[in-house]
Write a protein that binds this ligand. Sequence first.
Ligand code: KIV
Length: 271
Amino acid sequence: MSVQKTIRKVTTHVLQEMKERGEKISMLTAYDFSMARMIDHAGIDVILVGDSASNVMAGHETTLPITLDQMIYHAGSVVRGTDRALVVVDLPFGSYQGNSKEALNSAIRIMKESGAHAVKMEGGEEVLEGVKRILTAGVPVMGHLGLTPQSIYKFGTYNVRATEDQEAEKLIRDAKLLEDAGCFALVLEKIPSALAAKVAGSLHIPVIGIGAGGGVDGQVLVVHDMLGINNEFSPRFLRRYLNLYEDIKKAVGHYIIDVKSGDFPNQQEQY
Ligand code: KIV
């Protein structure tokens, strides 16, 4: 008799339970089938199909150029590679800020065409109407406050956000508004750790940080950064677990030598 292994899928409810019992949530980005498969098999809790695909997959300087169609393509590939993790997809710049109907239509396209489980949106009060309309359609929404890269031309830099009282107070207000609206989780990016810990301590929903210290309920990193595929980005908050840029370059160098010398393929590597 074969024993079928049943996988307990990560849902928004599972994340809530994790927060309640103090278990930290692990989250990484992925943009394609193969990477999603590897990190899902490793046991990651949440996979974010981030609009950082615009940078690390397409080579753009900012996240602004990526389109809804391109996000749906990446998201579908990730969903096909995922058995256990919750798959969250960024609503890209320009697909939700116009009005709440546009936001709902964009979220519905992501859910229908990719099979993802939730969407993420940057901003607080400014996007609240859209957040609420998406939630009423039964689509789970993750908020994102602090450094919100879709607003880079407003901020002017990628420096730490909310270091001044006024911005910190707005962030605390926005976090509460997003929780009250029904968001299932919140990402806080690049803000002082004391502020992030205060927000995580005052909200019931899980708060996941990137460059926001250890006092939150989980951590997220861009997978290309933590694996060292992208070696040109070294902010203080990044822990690099591999140096794949060098490893891949070395392996490709060996392959080139083997091809040019006629060493590859050998007798065992042909028919
Ligand atoms: O797009 C992305 O990768 C993100 C993370 C940095 C949170 O939004």
